[in-house]
Structure formats: structure tokens, C-alpha cells
Ligand binder design. Sequence first.
Ligand SMILES: NC(=O)c1ccc[n+]([C@@H]2O[C@H](COP(=O)([O-])OP(=O)(O)OC[C@H]3O[C@@H](n4cnc5c(N)ncnc54)[C@H](O)[C@@H]3O)[C@@H](O)[C@H]2O)c1
Length: 266
Amino acid sequence: MIQELFSLDERVALVTGAASGMGRAMALAFAAAGADLLIADINVAGLSATAAEIKALGRRALPVPCDVTDIKQIRAMFARLDSEFGRIDVLANVAGPGQLAKPEDIDLALMADVIHGLTVARFCCCQEAGRRMLAAGAGSIINMCSIGGVSALGRGNFPYSVGMGGVAQMTRELSTEWSGRGVRVNAILPAQVINPGLEARMKADDQLEARFLSGIPIGRLGRPEDIAGLAVFLAADASSWITGALIPFDGGNLALNAGGTPGPSA
Ligand SMILES: NC(=O)c1ccc[n+]([C@@H]2O[C@H](COP(=O)([O-])OP(=O)(O)OC[C@H]3O[C@@H](n4cnc5c(N)ncnc54)[C@H](O)[C@@H]3O)[C@@H](O)[C@H]2O)c1
């Protein structure tokens, strides 16, 4: 009975950013829970590798190269979904632009690109999935957001944080519009999860990891595979009364008051 609540048997999931990191980890977790998958990314070699891992778990994987900032490519991806699977039960919106820039310096064209990628194009994925899920009367949408979408980071994350603020509010609005018709919409708010970009930034600045860790009471950075349980929970019936939630995935970061310092009491 409890296992059934976490089962994705006979369900179809679409995961973007599935070639690496959290998107790959979510796709593999969905497959392990029984789902068949359409996986999308701009990294074609990484996508094939994830597809092979899903097939090794005994599930169907359709890799579709797609730039999720391009509306035409998003619509073509959903057309492939219709012709190959004919349904969608779970959408995980993971990939998105992450350029850094200081607010006093940022070029407005870059600002517009990031906002387009994170809010307009991300919304297009929600809209395409939402229309199909509303017609079926069921579905779960999981938006990858960020601690930067609900709090200020102040490290030149400006365009990204503003875009993620849009993702947070999109999640609340879509949940409120759609959950009464069977479509749940939730978001995940990660703090620092190790990926190649973060590793390069920590290599370039040997103080950076310590600065990140001073905001993470649990005492370590996240790892992509940490997301597996939360992803399956949000996708499956286990979370059937949870919608419109922005769920911290952050080792305790958002609970920490800016004046607080994790560690033993003096
Ligand atoms: N890692 C973190 O610390 C962190 C924190 C908060 C939020 N996030 C969000 O989570 C997402 C995933 O992070 P990650 O650590 O797994 O990153 P990652 O770099 O390991 O993986 C991102 C994947 O997205 C793909 N991708 C990038 N742009 C794309 C595009 N336009 N279209 C399709 N695919 C594209 C990449 O090829 C890559 O496979 C990030 O995009 C970010 O928005 C990450």
C-alpha cells in the first residue's frame, strides 16, 4: 500500500535538463519508480547516456534534443510526446539559463534573455503540459526553482534570482488555477548542489565553498542524487494533497536567519 503511493507505474514523465545533474537524477528516480520517460537537453551525448541508464532500469526512454529557451523547440518536443506516448503524467522543468551579472552592470538584452528563458519559456512548458493534464484530469508539474527565487543572494545572481522569482510565483498561480481540476504544481528550491559550473567557480575562488557552507547548517553541499526521493514524492500520489508548495532542498539554508551561524553553541 505504502509502496503504491510512491509508484509511477504506467505513468509518463517529461524531464528537461536530463543529461546531467539534478535533471538526470530525477529522470533515473522516476524510471526506478516505474515511469517511462521523454528526456530533453541540449547535450545530446549526455542525453543518450541517461537514456541508456533508463533502459537498463527496464523503462522506455525517448531522448529529444531541445533548447528549452526556444518556444518552437518546446512545442516540437510536446508534439513528439503526443506521437510517441500520447499522454503526460509528470513534467519536471529543470533546465534553464543561469547567467550571472551585477545589477549595476547588466546588459538589458541579457536580462531579457534570462527572464525569457526562466519565465516565458518555462511557462510554455507548463502550459503545454497543463493543457494535456487538464484534459486528462490529472498530473503533477515540478518546477526547479532556487533559494534565490524566494530570498536575495547578493552575489551577482541578479537576473537568475529575478527569473526564479517568476518561477516561484508561476508555481503558486498555476497551482491555484489548476489544482481543482487535478493538476498539482509544486516547486523545489535548491541551495548549492554540486555541478560542473559550481565546481569551476569554487576552484576560481578558494573562499567560495566555505561561504556557501556557512549558510548550510547540515554541513555539506548538495549532491544531485539527493533529489531522488523528493522528486518521486512530488510526482507520485504520495503528495496528492500537496500543491502550490515551494519546497526547500537546501540543507537548512532558508530556515537559517541571516544573523544565525550554524555550529555548536558557545
Ligand atoms: N546546482 C545548484 O546549485 C542549483 C541551485 C538552485 C537551482 N538550480 C537550478 O537547477 C537546474 C539544474 O541544476 P544542475 O545543478 O542539475 O545543473 P547541471 O549543469 O548539472 O545540469 C543542467 C542541465 O541542463 C542542460 N541545459 C542547460 N541549458 C539548457 C537549455 N537551454 N535547454 C535544454 N537543456 C539545457 C545542460 O546541458 C545540463 O545537462 C539549473 O538549471 C538551475 O536553474 C541549481
